[in-house]
Design a protein around this ligand. Sequence first.
Ligand SMILES: Cc1cc2nc3c(=O)[nH]c(=O)nc-3n(C[C@H](O)[C@H](O)[C@H](O)COP(=O)(O)O)c2cc1C
Length: 175
Amino acid sequence: VSDTTSPLELPHVAPDEFRAAIRHLAGGVVIIASGSGADRRGLTATAACSLSTDPPSILVCVNRTAEAHDVITQTRSFSVNVLTSDHVELANKFAGRDGSKGAIRFAQELWSTLATGTPVLADAISAFDCSLFETCETKTHTVFIGRVVGVAARSVATPLLYHNGRYGVVAHVEG
Ligand SMILES: Cc1cc2nc3c(=O)[nH]c(=O)nc-3n(C[C@H](O)[C@H](O)[C@H](O)COP(=O)(O)O)c2cc1C
């Protein structure tokens, strides 16, 4: 395929076919949060990864329809909170699976702040306070790149994974 081939001429993969394949990519589950007080918004996500260590930076992919999306754009900050196996109910809440919306999602847990004032989950395994550095817009999602300006980490906890449509935990192998 040459560089000049337009996307329309590329082979077509149906969304269902893509979904059936990508569900095998296991991912750590995080809550992406932004805003303050009654304007706090957050969503559960697996599309979060380290971009670089120097400078420390993270990227997340957020659907434009998610409530937190415009709060991140406006406040230019967000947090990435790595969930544990004790956080399944919280993950479902921040995915809207219990019908909740808005700042009410933050009511049950202890949230603190680090450098930017963005909420960080007190009992996350690790939490990254990020200052928005760059954005990349796609058809449905925005990729937010954050410069990490604050970190909190706990020593021992079991990270929560999502794989094949289900939550799980890591089984380590030798290598
Ligand atoms: C395990 C899991 C992973 C998800 N990953 C993402 C993600 O990476 N990006 C995203 O935009 N939404 C993701 N979602 C969906 C959002 O959590 C969901 O749409 C959420 O309700 C956001 O919309 P709302 O805050 O407006 O209700 C994920 C949901 C689940 C359960």
